[in-house]
Ligand binder design. Structure first.
Ligand code: IVH
Length: 647
């Protein structure tokens, strides 16, 4: 395709997308389905990735959404919407109370009562009522000025539009949280990362009819500007809210003493998994309004309130089921499906159970109440089981003795180095005969460090497998693009793009090729060592005839485990067939001959022992990059001996 045609195609696509945007956001008309819209957007972004010269200020990669804030008028809050200071420990709470007592010039002899209100993780809003009528609803905005989202808020059933109670203040701004229940979020999962995003997105729809479609809830907890309020403490105010027709948090409590706040905190943290809404801590407010008034504010937070946050990397949940996932090397990994819980802002619904031994050691069962940890980017895992909460009828989890994918026996291998049975149970079938293993092998084959085929991600591999488009690695290079282009969400251009990206990867280095075969225990580093040893694909493949596996043990960096694994690989007929087929399609480059010029020319090195902070393989490649030679035994010709620990 010529550059001009590509540019024209790109510009047209952007024009179409922006037309859909305008229709949707300004006129609330959907001219295409969501998936057609998404695929158009994806096409544009793929084009930009492929042809670096394409760019446009109207591209979806530049514009996020459709200028949402312009949709709403701004308005000032009569009384600013403040934020809260955070506490993470009992100590933080003791300090909080100490400061209060100091401020009030009291020496610990004032027994302060607090309301303890579970802090819902949603979007706060302020509702202005005048003479019992809802006249305006604002978002928090920057705390001083919010967006006028009255019509959207008015779609929420929990928000009373008229309040007839006699003691309802003449004028009042009722404040609370808009949120989505976890059960309702189930249906919105595809579109939003978590219930909070879903609530925020729905509240900001241009058209209230769109907001109405989403089951938003509202819980009230405080007020801003008020005229004619006849209540003198927060707990009574919460009760009044109910009488007036608002929903309040059913777990609100009136408590005095920090010790008792902690007892309540621990109790609520355990209840968290059973709640139908996300909470991320507990808000404590001094109950007495006159004390609140005396204490006043610091910066943009009140002195009389604090948010006691839950740990941001741990939470309690319930195991709904235990799934067994099968990896590329046949390893069976148990995964706990847990009741979704927000840990540090991320909705977690899976936790790894590592392996069979781990399940047995911790006696983890379906139905158990467990503490889940999610630290950094590590996969969430189970820290402990609360045995007291175990259902009476619960049964020990029996790990499957057969592969759930292909039914083959599962085995635990004996590790000749540790002289112990391995903790991991594996499917005993050989590679491509097990469906799940095959899919994982294909995913590995196209992955970044292997063939690095752009546009052929994990989901597409799974889809193509299910459609029987691909079964073995070589099938990838023989895809029927006509069929691909007819799939939902595809089209001529996306199929062409995929064809292009697959075809450019037909040439590959021997080292990457060996790595992409996914031979167990042969990672990037070993693949490099092996490719250097064999130098060409032909030599590598010959191993299946010569069966000189023992020779491989002489290669530095290769141990018995790796050699056995290579032997296993070559003794499998399907693997040999895959090699034959790939040989026909690919151009596998020989290892480039040794460097001829460099600092170490004509010098030999022997590297032995454990080196600190650098692998032997890396040292060797440094030597070779500089034209040196590494040898594996001492001889007269040896120039340098590099010795690490325990040579
Ligand atoms: S009172 C001055 N009460 O927490 C008092 N806030 O970090 C400020 N929140 O923006 C608000 N539950 O979105 C209060 N029971 C509750 C709350 C609550 C949740 C949120 C609210 C606010 C944030 C403060």
């Amino acid at each position: 395709m010529s550059k001009d045609i590509i540019k024209k195609d790109y510009k047209n696509k952007i024009k179409t997308l922006n037309h859909f945007n305008k229709k949707y956001y300004e006129e609330n008309v959907s001219e295409v389905t969501d998936s057609e819209y998404d695929s158009l957007k994806k096409d544009i972004i793929n084009l930009e990735k492929k042809y670096k010269y394409l760019n446009s200020k109207n591209s979806p990669s530049v514009i996020v959404g459709y200028k949402p804030s312009k949709n709403f008028k701004k308005a000032l809050h009569k009384v600013p919407m403040l934020s809260l200071a955070n506490a993470f420990s009992e100590n933080d709470l003791l300090n909080f109370e100490k400061k209060i007592l100091n401020f009030l010039s009291q020496n610990n002899n004032l027994n302060i009562s607090y309301t303890a209100e579970p802090k819902i993780d949603g979007i706060s809003a302020s509702l202005s009522y005048k003479s019992g009528k809802l006249i305006r609803g604002l978002s928090r905005g920057d705390g001083k000025e919010g967006e006028d989202i009255t019509s959207n808020l008015a779609t929420i059933n929990d928000i009373p539009k008229t309040i007839l109670s006699k003691d309802f203040p003449e004028e009042i701004d009722i404040r609370g949280e808009v949120f989505i229940q976890n059960s309702d979020f189930e249906n919105l999962k595809e579109k939003f990362a978590n219930p909070r995003n879903a609530a925020s997105g729905s509240l900001r729809q241009k058209n209230p009819e769109d907001t109405k479609k989403i089951p938003l809830k509202f819980i009230a907890y405080t007020f801003g500007y008020v005229k004619g309020l006849k209540v003198d403490n927060q707990f009574d105010f919460l009760k009044k809210l109910e009488e007036w027709g608002f929903k309040t948090n059913p777990l609100n409590k009136l408590i005095s003493g920090i010790k008792n706040l902690i007892i309540n905190y621990n109790k609520v943290e355990k209840q968290r998994a059973d709640l139908n809404f996300d909470i991320d801590g507990i808000v404590y407010k001094i109950n007495d309004f006159s004390l609140q008034k005396r204490l006043g504010y610091v910066a943009n937070a009140p002195r009389w309130a604090i948010a006691h946050k839950f740990s941001s990397d741990k939470a309690v949940s319930i195991i709904l089921d235990i799934d067994i996932q099968i990896g590329r090397t046949g390893a069976l990994t148990p995964v706990a499906k847990i009741k979704p819980i927000n840990i540090g802002g991320v909705l977690v619904s899976n936790a790894t159970l590592h392996n069979e031994d781990e399940i047995n050691r911790k006696d983890i069962r379906i139905g158990d109440t467990v503490t889940v940890e999610r630290a950094g980017d590590v996969i969430p895992h189970i820290l402990s089981v609360d045995i007291k909460k175990r259902p009476k009828k619960s049964k020990k989890f029996i790990f499957p003795k057969n592969c759930p994918s292909c039914g083959s026996n599962t085995i635990k291998e004996f590790n000749s180095i540790t002289k112990k049975e391995e903790a991991v149970r594996r499917c005993s079938s050989e590679g491509y005969t097990c469906e799940k293993i095959s899919i994982e092998k294909l995913k590995h084959f196209v992955s970044k460090e292997a063939f690095n085929i752009e546009g052929l991600g994990k989901k597409i591999v799974e889809n193509f497998w299910n459609l029987k488009f691909i079964q073995f690695p070589h099938d990838i290079f023989r895809l029927n693009y006509k069929k691909v282009s007819n799939l939902e969400g595809w089209g001529n251009l996306s199929a062409k793009n995929l064809e292009y990206s697959i075809n450019t990867k037909k040439r590959i280095s021997l080292e990457r090729f060996i790595y992409s075969l996914g031979i167990r225990h042969i990672g990037l580093e070993n693949a490099k060592i092996i490719s250097r040893h064999f130098e060409s694909f032909r030599n590598f493949k010959k191993l299946s005839q010569t069966k000189n596996y023992q020779d491989l043990l002489n290669i530095d960096g290769m141990g018995e485990t790796q050699v056995n694994s290579i032997k296993n690989f070559f003794s499998n007929k399907t693997n040999l067939e895959v090699l034959n087929q790939l040989e026909k399609i690919l151009q596998i480059d020989d290892v480039i001959a040794k460097k001829e010029v460099g600092l170490f020319k004509d010098k030999t090195f022997l590297v032995t022992g454990k080196l600190n902070g650098v692998s032997r393989a890396e040292i060797k490649s440094l030597i070779e990059e500089n034209a040196g030679t590494t040898v594996s035994s001492v001889s007269k010709k040896l120039n340098f001996l590099v010795i690490g620990d325990k040579p």
